[in-house]
Design a protein around this ligand. Sequence first.
Ligand SMILES: [Fe+2]
Ligand SMILES: [Fe+2]
Length: 264
Amino acid sequence: MEEYLNKNIKEIINQYPEIEKILDEYNIGCAPCNVGTCLLKDIVEIHNLPPEDEKELMTRIAGIIYPDREIKIPRRKRTSQASREIKYSPPMKKLVDEHVLIKRLVFLIPAVINNIDVDSEEERQLVLDVVDFIRSYADKYHHAKEEEILFKYFDENLDILKVIHEDHENARDHVKTVLEAVNNRDKNTVVNHLNAYKELLTEHIKKEDEILYPWMDRNLSIREVGELFSKFADVDRQFENAPKKYENFVDSLEDKFKLKEMVK
Ligand SMILES: [Fe+2]
Ligand SMILES: [Fe+2]
């Protein structure tokens, strides 16, 4: 089993496609991931399943790889207790709260693009305001905290961070395309790329809330958590009233469309 723990997951799935379905049952979605070079042992560590689930998962994987043999499952050294309820450190909780506002905006995208008339100045302006929210709040304010502060505490060559960076880059590309398209009054491109952004960000936030941040929290020392908290507070001071302005913008869109995402 040790040999497979050190193999990359895509290779294992290629050899034993049934393993993909098993991982899915534990909400470990490796198959759609574009990077896919994580080792099986890293995946087990990053997801930090409760011990009984982890043992069951590994036993099922071993049963597929070695159907005729009884395999002893190595026990992993844990840095903290796994629990189904996620408890975030204060700086991580701050990022999760920022996701809530981004999710509320993302939820409104279908209403924004429904029957959009790109020849109307007012409707083009609405798309430009959405783009401004994405660029200023989701990207400059929130992604900058992630990329310029939080991720610097980790080895950026880790596969999980490469996946997250790739998502940020793809999100930026969609937004750039939307901006060009709205100026060219190209409705289809605006609609397609805002939809693609919605899909990408929904999955991205889920990955961060449920996998990345809890894993980071388990690997940060108390001193580092404190440092992060104070560095995030510096960013908040720098941005002054901007976050509040964007919260008001999302409130106004929810009123306009009479729609509100029930997010925690
Ligand atoms: Fe992110
Ligand atoms: Fe994020």
